[in-house]
Design a protein around this ligand. Structure first.
Ligand SMILES: [Zn+2]
Length: 432
C-alpha cells in the first residue's frame, strides 16, 4: 500500500464536493490524503485524516496539485509525426488532406508503429493514461493501421489504455463497404464506429444506416462534424435528429462542431437543445481548431490575421448540461503542425482560448473525468475509491502556476510506483 499525503485535488474530480468547505472559485482544490492499494485508489480523505499503516509506504505531495492520469479522448496516431516529410504549406484544410494522402505511401507497419509508439511515449511522460485514436479506414486499406493500433494496445496494456475508432466517409455507410469497414475495425478491437461527415441531401440516410450498423454490433459512434467556419454546416444538428429518430441509446460523441460558433444565435441554441435531448457528448479540439480554422484568403499568400479562435460554443454547451471534453486531435501532421500529447498544455490552452477560467472548477474535467466518461472509462479521470491508481503530481501548488507553466514534466504515480518518465527525443524521428 502507498499513502499519498497533502495532495491538492481539484474538487470536481473527487467523488463528492467537500461539504461545508469554502471553495475558492480561482483555486478549486482541497488537500487530501490518498491510499493506493495495488492498481486502485483505496481511500480519499481530507488531508491529515488518514492513519498511518505499518505496511504502507508514504509519499508527501507537499501540497502540489494532483490530477488523475489524463484522458486524451480524440487523437490521430496514424497521421502523427509526419510533418517533417508531409508539411502543409498552404495551411488550409484541403492542403492538409492532400499532404496526408500523398504521405500514405510511407505508412508501412514499421512506420506506423514507430510514429504512434513515439506518440504514446510522449503521452506517457506527460501523464496521459488513456487515449482514443481515430484511424483512417477505407475500402482498400485500413487493415494495417488497425492491426498496428491493436499491437500497440497490447504492448501498452496496464500503462495506457488505447482505444481505436475507424475514420471513413459518411457515404461509405450507404454501400456494402460500410459494414465491411465497421467489421474490419471491430475485428481489431475498435471501441466505436466513426466517420467524417459532410453536409449533403444524403446525410440523414447515411446517419440512419450508420446508427443501424452500430446498433447491430452493440457499439456507439464517435464522429467528426462541422470542422469549418461555414454556418451552413449543420452536421451536428442532423446527427442529433438521426439519434432521436432511431432512438439510438448507445454512446454518441461529436468532435469539433466549430461552425456552431458562427451560426445565428437562435439556430445554434435550438441545435444545442437537440444535442442535449439526444444525449450527445462533445469533444472540442481547441489547439487544432486554432491552427486550422479561419485561414482566410487561402488563395492569397500568407499571412492573413485570423479573426476567430475556431472553437465551438463550449460555454453554451456546458450551460445546457452537455458533457464537453477537450483533446489533442492532430499532433505534428499537416492538420496541426504542433503538439506533444501533453494534456496539461491542452488544458491550459483550452482555459485560455475558451475562457474556462470563468468556470475553473468544472474546467478540469475536460481532460479528465468528462473525457473518460465520453469514451466509456468510468474508473478513469477521477480521484475516488475504486478508480484506477494513476496520479499526476504537477509542479504547481496553484492553478495560476499550472496554467502558467503547464509543460513542466510531472511526477507520476502508477499503481504504487512513483516515477518521473521523460519524453523521447525528436531526433529519433528525424531521419525517417
Ligand atoms: Zn480528429
Amino acid at each position: 500500500m502507498l499513502i499519498v499525503r497533502r495532495a491538492r485535488v481539484p474538487v470536481s474530480l473527487l467523488p463528492v464536493r467537500p461539504v461545508g468547505a469554502q471553495i475558492d472559485a480561482l483555486e478549486p482544490a482541497v488537500l487530501c490524503d490518498l491510499a493506493i492499494d495495488g492498481d486502485r485508489i483505496a481511500a480519499v480523505v481530507p488531508g491529515g485524516q488518514l492513519d498511518s499503516h505499518p505496511a504502507a509506504r508514504e509519499f508527501d505531495a507537499g501540497g502540489s496539485l494532483v490530477f488523475p492520469g489524463f484522458v486524451d479522448a480524440h487523437v490521430h496516431l496514424d497521421k502523427t509525426h509526419t510533418w517533417h516529410r508531409a508539411p502543409n504549406r498552404s495551411g488550409t484544410f484541403m492542403g492538409a488532406l492532400q499532404a496526408l494522402a500523398d504521405d500514405k505511401v510511407h505508412w508501412s507497419e514499421a512506420d506506423l508503429h514507430r510514429r504512434a509508439g513515439f506518440a504514446l511515449r510522449c503521452a506517457w511522460a506527460h501523464g496521459t493514461r488513456a487515449i482514443r485514436t481515430h484511424v483512417d479506414t477505407g475500402p482498400e486499406w485500413g487493415e494495417r493501421s488497425h492491426a498496428v493500433m491493436a499491437a500497440l494496445r497490447r504492448e501498452w496494456a496496464g500503462r495506457i489504455t488505447l482505444q481505436a475508432v475507424p475514420l471513413c466517409g459518411g457515404s461509405d455507410y450507404l454501400s456494402a463497404a460500410g459494414e465491411r469497414l465497421a467489421d474490419l475495425a471491430l475485428r481489431h478491437g475498435a471501441s466505436a464506429l466513426g466517420g467524417f461527415l459532410i453536409m449533403s441531401g444524403e446525410l440523414p440516410a447515411q446517419l440512419d444506416r450508420m446508427l443501424a450498423i452500430a446498433f447491430e454490433r452493440g457499439v456507439g459512434v464517435d464522429l467528426h462534424v462541422d470542422e469549418s467556419g461555414n454556418p451552413q454546416a449543420e452536421c451536428l444538428r442532423l446527427v442529433a435528429e438521426a439519434v432521436l429518430r432511431a432512438g439510438f441509446s448507445l454512446p454518441v460523441v461529436c468532435g469539433h462542431c466549430c461552425s456552431l460558433a458562427v451560426q445565428d444565435h437562435a439556430r445554434a441554441q435550438s441545435t444545442i437543445a437537440l444535442v442535449r435531448e439526444a444525449r450527445i457528448g462533445i469533444i472540442s479540439l481547441p489547439e487544432c481548431n486554432l491552427y486550422l480554422q479561419d485561414r482566410r484568403g487561402a488563395d492569397a499568400p500568407f499571412p492573413r490575421t485570423p479573426l476567430w479562435r475556431g472553437i465551438t460554443l463550449v460555454h453554451d454547451l456546458m450551460d445546457a448540461g452537455i458533457p464537453v471534453a477537450c483533446a489533442s486531435d492532430n499532433v505534428r501532421d499537416a492538420l496541426h503542425a504542433f503538439g506533444d500529447y501533453n494534456l496539461a498544455e491542452v488544458y491550459a490552452q483550452s482555459v485560455r482560448l475558451a475562457h474556462l477560467d470563468a468556470r475553473l472548477e468544472d474546467s478540469v474535467r475536460v481532460v479528465t473525468r468528462t473525457a473518460a466518461d465520453l469514451i466509456g472509462l468510468p474508473d478513469r479521470g477521477r480521484i475516488a475509491p475504486g478508480a484506477a491508481a494513476h496520479l499526476v503530481v504537477l509542479e504547481a501548488h496553484r492553478f495560476s502556476e499550472l496554467l502558467s507553466r503547464p509543460s513542466a514534466s510531472p511526477l507520476c504515480i502508477d499503481a504504487e510506483e512513483i516515477h518521473r518518465p521523460s519524453v523521447p527525443p525528436f531526433a529519433e524521428l528525424n531521419d525517417r
